[in-house]
Design a protein around this ligand. Sequence first.
Ligand code: 48H
Length: 250
Amino acid sequence: MEEHIISKAIIETYIKELISHLDVDVAIAGAGPSGLTCAYYLASAGKKVAIFERHLKIGGGMPAGGMMFNRIVVQEEAKDIMKEFGIRIKKYTGNLYTADAIETISAFTLKTIKAGAKIFNLISVEDVIIREKKIAGVVINWSAVDIAHLHVDPLGVKAKVVVDATGHDSEICRIVEKKSGDNFKVTGERSMWAEKGERALLENTKEVYPGLFVCGMAANAVAGSHRMGAIFGGMILSGKEASSLILEKL
Ligand code: 48H
């Protein structure tokens, strides 16, 4: 058991995976609940999907529940998806259910990987590729490069469709706003109003620029809709909705 063979096994197999995901059907920025759900349904339908996640951990805001109480609330409409992922939910009151945030994000992560989507953590999407006014891929770099403010040029990934699932900051849409040269605007999210925010989410989940779809909190941020706090039904429904719209397009 020589150390350099262990190193070779890690580097060789990682690089193989990375190379095989330099040209994908769908590149998703962000492995939060909406990005994972979107990836799960796309991969289940046979699409080649790469998720690039800035952080070491997977799950975005979900593992922290509400203010670090690691429980989440979902509404009746999301019950079927929770069931599909094998997550236990408990009726609380009315149409509201609770679930363990760690169980939920673990199930989402595992099922998404097993469906065939590839998650690359510690990699950030720092730019997009635009050809003839259409998004044609993402530009990636090690997150550590950004954190350390190093001058290291990035690499490009070709994608038929790109999904902005970056949450509150809607980072990919903000890049397009700044760099496309078109009149594409990110409005920015509004303050907390759970009911309105959740209701607006599905409507805001769409192709916002040719080749660029937005889901989850980013969808509300782009459209200028409300945040909703630690209720997650809308996030996973939005991820599923984005996958359906993308499947129609591909
Ligand atoms: C690679 C990136 C980049 C980048 C960011 O925030 P998320 O959990 O996003 P959603 O939309 O799936 O879920 C939102 C939910 O967690 C939430 O915040 C809610 C319900 N808030 C309501 C409220 O009122 O506060 O995940 C986004 C992920 C994160 O893991 C980021 O690290 C990652 O995207 N990310 N990854 N490249 N440029 N930017």
